[in-house]
Design a protein around this ligand. Sequence first.
Ligand SMILES: Cc1ncc(COP(=O)(O)O)c(C=O)c1O
Length: 400
Amino acid sequence: MTVAASPGNLAGIEESATLGMTARAAALSREGRSVVSLSAGEPDFETPEYIREAGVRAIREGHTHYPPAAGLRALREAIAAHVMDAGGAPCSPSEILVSAGAKQVLFEAFFTLFGPGDRVLVPAPFWVSYPAMARLARAEPVIVETRAEDGWKLTAGSLEEAAAGGARGLVLNSPSNPTGAMYEESELDSLVEVAERHGMWIVSDEIYREIRYREPYASLAARRGEYERIVVVDGFSKAYAMTGWRVGYAVGPVDVVEAMTTLQGHVNTNTALPCQYAALAALADEGARRAAVGAMAKAFAARRALLLSALERVPGIHPLPPDGAFYLWIDAREWCAALGGDSEALCYDLLENEGLALVPGSAFGVEGYVRLSFAAADSVLEDAVDRLASAGVRILGGGR
Ligand SMILES: Cc1ncc(COP(=O)(O)O)c(C=O)c1O
């Protein structure tokens, strides 16, 4: 049976490529093939015990009714305090919207701030959903290329050039999925200066902020006092291993938060109330919070080191050491050239021949690269390196 969707509503919207590759890997596993899947952007850790307990307690205590559309007041207060503790400009609960994950709140920010005819600048490589979110808002996503020489970061020069055609918005993502690149204070200074001159809204996706391998972290939350057209998005999925609980939030000007809340009130009201209580508990005990987030960040750092060192023995691919998040952005142009195909052809080759699932750079708007997620146990990563080594020999031939 086919479902007749309105061509207007879903024009140009395709299934997320990361989901596609994960589904193909799962299908091969079901057929009995040995498959290592490093395509998903999901921490492999359990949600910390003290947070899970708080979720169970919330259910037992009867917090099972409709949540307020903007989110539990106590949670918004805790988030406001947390944002300020991390160096953010003063903010109140009325500047916070809680949502079903960063994904929903990003969509609501796009839908509220951008509309027909608006150009939204999306630096590539980009997280797969930004262009789709702009299109769903009837805005035009304008992809702005970044360069390896600039660490895959947007420069003020290219922002200025892209803004010349007119732009209502800019999306930044630091640390970045897929590259792991993190902006410096000075880089943000010059980007905000250009954005402000053009009156652009900046949506800053900081979901990987707590998983980083160098200091200091430069957050746009710190600049909200100087420039008001900033919406910062964060959430609990990555740093707290809470992907399934679906809790994220936005920090923005009161009128924008109110408009986003109205939208959310018509769409899903809010994320489940017990999940909001669990998120509240995640922030309430600073000692437990630091210990839990710190342990996961440390494990990611160890895996990052393991992979960077092990991949040195694999010919023809070059991973970029990430500043944050849990992905390796790998230059695989030599392998693509040897195969005579693009990054998607390479990923399907790796999946079919080596049983290894990665995500093609094309999904993030850049050819010749692949993304490897290191949200997996050491033994799985070591297995993946063996499979890559075997691919290297096969693809490049015996001459190397
Ligand atoms: C850059 C980026 N932003 C947002 C999200 C969505 O996170 P959430 O689980 O909070 O919806 C992801 C998840 O993969 C992501 O990588």
